[in-house]
Write a protein that binds this ligand. Sequence first.
Ligand code: 6R9
Length: 653
Amino acid sequence: MSDIKRYPVKENIGLTTLVNNDQYEAMYKRSIDDSEGFWAEQGKRIDWIEPFTQVRDISFDEHKVNINWYKDGTLNASANCLDRHLATRGDQTAIIWEGDEPTDDRHISYKELHGEVCQFANALKTQGVRKGDVVCIYMPMVPQAVVAMLACARIGAIHSVVFGGFSPDALAGRIDDSQVKVVITADEGVRGGKTVPLKENVDEALTHPSVNTVEKVIVVKRTGANIDWHRSRDIWYHDAIAKESKHCQPAEMRAEDPLFILYTSGSTGKPKGVVHTTGGYMVYASLTHEYVFDYQEGEVYWCTADVGWITGHTYLVYGPLANGATSLMCEGLPNYPNINRVSQVVDKHGVNILYTAPTAIRALMAEGDAAVTETKRHSLRVLGTVGEPINPEAWEWYYRTIGEERCPIVDTWWQTETGGIMITPLPGATTLKPGSATRPFFGVQPALVDAEGNIVEGVGEGNLVILDSWPGQSRTLYGDHERFMQTYFSTYAGMYFTGDGARRDEDGYYWITGRVDDVLNVSGHRMGTAEIESALVAHPKVAEAAVVGYPHDIKGQGIYVYVTLNKGELSADKEVNDALVLELKKWVRQDIGPIATPDLIQLTSGLPKTRSGKIMRRILRKIAENECGALGDTSTLADPAVVDELIEQRVNR
Ligand code: 6R9
């Protein structure tokens, strides 16, 4: 490990929330030794209607997992993001919106955002939305997406944001799973100069026979495109708010009332509706946003994630707004219309803190210094990354080229289920090692577990678990607490299992090695292999499908698919087979969405199976990685000849 570079703390990053590593160590120790006292204090950073007296009430028992933070307190998340700032920073910009085209932008002050959220909250009530109802938000990256989230929070409705890149089928599944009452969408989205037919997708999703709870569809006019209109069901957003008041009393919510549902891929086919509640989530979002990004009053903070992902929820909306930050929201792509767009936006708005994903960094890096031409980036102070392991080359490039060796990089490890950042450096306190997410955040107790379920001490490797609860933790899966307990608490009894593997070095630094379950990480997006497989086997010509990941320069992981066809469908004619491969790619794209499009498809006459019929994915992964010499133990194969054919006809070389 001695060739690992270290970047000691820089003195010149400006004001820092934490002075040094000793302070981190002391505060961390306190957060573990006196969890109750630490979180009682931190709980005060947000505004409560009825203050809490109980801090934590937790059971990690695999059969009766029960997680409560600040249980008897009441609050409103939108009031914490808006109302409490009005007196001190009502005229400060809350959201800078940067449109897809560089000429398009808008500043929205806390006062304006408050007014619009109240208006829309009233509109939702007028449309019949009540406390506890589920509202689906299927939107492009426009300010109304944030307004919609906060308006739901204001009246105690539970939002379920579905990423605008998901297909009508994927949307239908998510609407059906949580019995959505109202859908909020836009006529079209715009990204990288291309439009996305969001309203059309909603119309199609709502024709699914299983979808029968949606009463209203509220439509934001983004492009003015021609769209179908269902008079009794559809309402324009601007009409819905027209007559509504800019005042709306925030609903008094209990700390453990759900704030939102967010669907994420697991290792089985059906997406999981991860539920986050109000009090603990807000405390954790606000605390991590301040410490991890060393956020200082008045700074411009830019998280490039879409609101359809957890990163957009916690670090574009709830964390920064709870802290009164100016949060930049960008509609388009990091490389549109030019490769230096990110740097241009940084200069244009004086961005101090930039939080993005390794896949975006690698895409910029691929163009060399073009990503920074004609820009200065002098305002930048802290850089962050999230979503997947960052390779040291990309880290170094980010550090030198974007940050000019001035800005610490916070490589933040966390998950949809964790609600907020869990393992991360703290700028100004932590010596950095490129590729390592470094040390646990306050209150977080990571551990490594070996194959036998024993905790690994000191230097070592294993599956990453978390030993005790933290306030941002997900409480359940919507409508399926059994599955929640089963998925996260049954692998290692009494511990939260992350699904990731990790290594710990001699300094106690964590190095995340990636998923250990059947979940891929494609451009920082979680994709269950089972989801893609079930899409494929639904194709009339497909008999069986097996999906694995393989290393991809830009995306981190690419999607490699092995497909066997129904009898007689595999042609002797290469052109016919090639056409089918294209058709299958399109099929998956339409079924799930563009992010799930397979990169490589291999048609084969058989899959490697054990005698009991289990697909041997280990072998398929090796072949997809083009490492055919290292297949490992193949003695349990039912038919070894299959492997020779797979190697012979592999499509990654
Ligand atoms: C926030 C988010 C979670 C999975 C997680 C892990 C991977 C996220 C990472 C990272 C290495 C990091 N992951 N951050 N791996 N280093 N800094 O991405 O949530 O979409 O639920 O994905 O992403 O594999 O388990 P989510």
